[in-house]
Design a protein around this ligand. Sequence first.
Ligand code: NAD
Length: 355
Amino acid sequence: MKIAVLPGDGIGPEIVAQAIKVLEALRGDGLKIEMEHAPIGGAGYDAAGDPLPEATLALAKASDAVLLGAVGDWKYDTLPRDKRPERGLLRIRKELNLFANLRPALLYPELAAASTLKPEVVSGLDIMIVRELTGDVYFGQPRGISTLPNGEREGINTMRYNESEIRRIGRVAFEIAMKRNKKVCSIDKANVLETTELWRQVMIEVAKDYPQVELSHMYVDNAAMQLVRAPKQFDVMVTGNIFGDILSDEASMLTGSIGMLPSASLDQHNKGMYEPSHGSAPDIAGKDIANPLATILSAAMMLRYTFNDEANAARVENAVKKTLAQGVRTADIVTEGCRKVGCAAMGDAVVANLG
Ligand code: NAD
């Protein structure tokens, strides 16, 4: 199995280095993997004048999976839009046809106190957010900023989904629900947006193939509220690109820190890109204080979803659990009585706990 390693910008290189330590340890125990590095985002722009250099895209296409850190830094904010780091990320998702983004929000019991919500509201939380990743208002045409005849500027983006795009993400959500608690909540805004009215109709059609799964619908504004009011009511949530972007960040805080949330983005054949749900955190880059657990847990998702290696995936997840149970914490999740460590030491602790 070949892994394209794309560390990116900001804290990307530090956190990816910890996931690599874990993968190297598994390789030492017989896991057959090969890893090759390439630049993306601001690092891609610096290396080749392009946030997604051709060589990086070629490597990603030739690999079985991609392990990504994060992209973006304020210093690139003045570049033309198509040269900005985030464009590299949107393009690689589109080029690899990674339409299904899986974001688990799982609360480790040891971190209940790190959540801003009361422990009784969040303890036992285990939600899987399934976000469509290649359509919606982020990609719809027409888009842009233009000047009207009266001299006023106008910004346009287009929310757009076709039936087959909705159906394939719906299937992913129902398949995952079959392996969990058999509940899917589809999030839309069908009362005002026709695109999501179609979304709801197609979800109802998909549900007919999964009679064991209970389908419910919720408007996105209510879902945002329910996620902080009573988050344990959810099992699998399925939604479009923009709603999923926002709701998954909200869900991440239920778990204590955005530094804990992994993600997988899959194509139709389970080839995937694995990355933490957070960004490049330029405010803490290079200080050895970032939490690498979301990236390490993303590597565990890679083992599970692309390599079909449940044993090693569980081994990594258990090592993370054990590390947290030992009271080892990075700054973002530290609470009284715990031992605060840096990014690299957290990686070492997980490796030591692989067992
Ligand atoms: P961010 O997620 O980078 O940071 C938000 C806050 O969370 C910051 O205070 C940061 O220090 C903290 N944080 C994030 N990850 C952490 C970790 N692992 N450990 C500890 N603390 C962590 O979001 P932002 O500040 O809005 O954006 C910064 C840059 O990241 C921007 O250029 C943005 O475009 C980019 N971004 C990239 C991605 C991606 O690569 N997938 C996603 C979101 C934002």
